[in-house]
Design a protein around this ligand. Structure first.
Ligand SMILES: Nc1nc2c(c(=O)[nH]1)N=C([C@H](O)[C@@H](O)CO)CN2
Length: 118
């Protein structure tokens, strides 16, 4: 399957288990790969027939800020469901990194894969 992807999308949002984390915004870095048949868009050079990575990048930041949660696992699960329903995406792989969470690690995070490759 072809893919449309977004790598290293940096967003600022409220996220975290501890009380102090609910008072601040922190950086999350998102990688997203979405299964898509890109040939239909390429045939007539049509944006409307593909996944618009600019639009989706904006929606990800909005979603995270409108749905504050404790765990990045929860955000990953809810964001994956939202994107698949909203854009009719059959399969995606989503990773969310929290680069400032562990001071002696470059980054920490989760990666999930949902749906079927068609
Ligand atoms: N697997 C996870 N572990 C931890 C998370 C998380 O979301 N997933 N979150 C925290 C705290 O919010 C942490 O980021 C504060 O430094 C701890 N472990």
């Amino acid at each position: 399957m072809d893919k449309v992807f977004i790598k290293g999308l940096s967003i600022q949002t409220t996220i975290g288990f501890y009380a102090w984390e609910k008072e601040i915004k922190q950086t999350l870095v998102i990688d997203l790969s979405m299964g898509w048949h890109t040939a239909a868009a390429a045939e007539n050079d049509e944006l409307a027939k593909t996944l618009d990575y600019a639009d989706i990048s904006e929606r990800i930041a909005e979603f995270a800020n409108q749905n504050p949660v404790d765990l990045i696992e929860t955000l990953a699960e809810r964001l994956a469901t939202f994107l698949m329903q909203q854009y009719h995406i059959p399969w995606l792989k989503l990773s969310i990194g929290k680069p400032n969470a562990v001071h002696n690690a470059q980054t920490v995070g989760v990666e999930i894969e949902r749906g079927q490759r068609v």
